[in-house]
Design a protein around this ligand. Structure first.
Ligand code: FAD
Length: 450
């Protein structure tokens, strides 16, 4: 008997329960990855390239036996199953709106061949944590409490060598992993499982103890940088949670951040429309800026030339690294929605185009949290002041100077206020924050009153 292990968002070999379920049913397996045009098109060059690099790492770890095909999985998975005579196809469950639809279509196409779902990319799979009355949580803190109570399994001990990997050359449509795309000046972290584990172990050894105190500081490289590896499943959150079991503040905070990831996946699972629409429908009536001036403002935001140093530094970090510090994601998102009065989904789309960790659930709900339109959101009337946020979370101005070369000669925290002028053509602020804050509040009052 032969199984197929169909890799999707689980590009690793340790702590991979699908290997156990495949080995339960057969001694031989085919490792399959389907390059799905629909997902590739929505990913952007940065994420596609990172994916290709992860696939090359996985193929190396499988000694060249990863079978890659390109097209519609509903068509290709059954074809490969029939070509290799597989009796079962093993996957980690996908809870995204598209992934769930795709898997239903694949299951239908497979007919008598089983599609076996084992595990998911989350510590606790979406839909599992519910209130006593069976309804989903809408607020994070009680969700987290119930999530802890639910608990999760210890990392699965898996080893690829328990299966004999077949790599038939004659599979129709089998291709090489595509080459990297042109990333311009964007530099990405090392891809794949080994890189993920190395980064994690280095974080635990050197930075974990200061995580709670310093994770909000944009200037310090004090967060785990696990988001991209979690996105592609180069590491499973269980593996991380097993290392942060302590009662110390940093371990607790990191567990809580991983709970946010599970929470947002749960919210998306129950509300697929929140990927595109306000979770709180009241906000559907809010007025957004439109027209040429709005497009120009959007362009200035995208390119990091709004004249607000912390905002511009963040937008430039995004382009340079395909990543942005969490605090600065909130500041830049708040600026787009509350200072420029543009809809959150325009900004969210730009983030999804450039973020290497771009994840529909975390991104869209991170945006909705900041915009104040989501579940358990920061209230709409809380508007971030970009200057004081900069002074607080980049107290010596190091972060701004790192990403905005025009401002490198400005010393210390003066780089946030630029009272002595704007050197090297760095632009004047494109809006007056005080006025736009009042404008945001006025628009909010309008929809409250209607
Ligand atoms: P750490 O601080 O080390 O956190 C550890 C892990 O916890 C992260 O890797 C991540 O998986 C999870 N986590 C931390 N904070 C959050 C959060 N607020 N929501 C959900 N999970 C969290 N995260 C993404 O993975 N993909 C996105 O596309 C994404 N878009 C965002 C957009 C906005 C507007 C905002 C405000 C946040 C977004 N986040 C997103 C959440 C967060 O910014 C990143 O997960 C974090 O910056 C990644 O860096 P890290 O791995 O070093 O984080």
């Amino acid at each position: 008997e032969t199984s197929i292990v169909w890799f999707r968002r689980d590009l690793r070999l340790t702590d991979l329960p699908t290997l156990l379920s495949a080995a339960d049913m057969s001694a031989r397996a085919v490792a399959l990855f389907v390059l799905d045009d629909r997902l590739l098109r929505s990913a952007g060059a940065v994420r596609r390239t990172f994916l290709y690099r992860c696939l090359r790492e996985l193929d190396d770890a499988l000694k060249g036996s990863l079978v890659v095909v390109e097209g519609d999985p509903a068509d290709l998975v059954p074809k490969v199953a029939s070509a290799v005579g597989a009796n079962s196809v093993h996957v980690s469950a996908d809870f995204g709106p598209y992934g769930a639809r795709r898997d239903a279509a694949v299951r239908k196409g497979l007919g008598d061949v089983d599609l076996v779902e084992t595990g998911s990319p989350y510590a606790v799979a979406p839909g599992r944590v519910r209130k006593d009355d069976g309804t989903p949580y809408k607020v994070f803190t009680p969700f987290r409490r119930a999530w802890y109570d639910h608990g999760w399994r210890a990392p699965a001990k898996t080893d690829a060598s328990t299966l004999k990997w077949l790599a038939p050359d004659d599979i129709e449509g089998r291709i090489q992993v595509p080459d990297d795309e042109d990333l311009g000046t964007t530099e990405l972290p090392a891809a794949g499982e080994a890189a993920a584990l190395e980064q994690w172990q280095s974080f635990v050894a050197n930075d974990l103890t200061r995580y709670d105190g310093e994770r909000n500081r944009a200037d310090l490289d004090s967060t785990s940088r696990m988001s991209v590896y979690l996105k592609y499943g180069c590491v499973h959150p269980r593996t991380l949670l097993a290392d942060v079991r302590g009662e110390d503040a940093s371990s607790a905070t990191l567990r809580s951040e991983l709970a946010w990831r599970d929470f947002y996946a749960d919210v998306l699972h129950h509300n697929p429309r929140s990927a595109r629409h306000n979770l709180d429908k009241k906000f559907d009536r809010i007025d957004y800026n439109t027209g040429a001036a709005a497009d120009e403002a959007f362009e200035a935001w995208r390119e990091g030339r709004t004249g607000f140093p912390i905002v511009d530094a963040g937008m430039r970090q995004l382009r340079a690294q395909g990543w942005m510090h969490n605090r600065v994601r909130m500041i830049t998102a708040s600026f787009l929605t509350k200072d420029l009065h543009l809809p959150w989904w325009r900004g969210a789309q730009h983030f999804m185009d450039l973020l290497v960790d771009g994840d529909l659930a975390s991104n869209q709900h991170g945006w909705q949290w900041t915009a104040g339109t989501g579940t358990d959101a920061a209230p709409y009337f809380r508007v971030f002041n970009p200057t004081t946020q900069g002074e607080k979370f980049d107290p010596d101005g190091e972060y701004v100077r790192r990403w905005i070369p025009e401002l490198r000669e400005v010393d210390g925290k003066a780089v946030h206020t630029l009272k002595a002028g704007r050197p090297n053509g760095y632009p004047e602020p494109i809006v007056d924050h005080k006025e736009e804050r009042l404008e945001a509040l006025a628009r909010y009052e309008q929809i409250k009153a209607r």
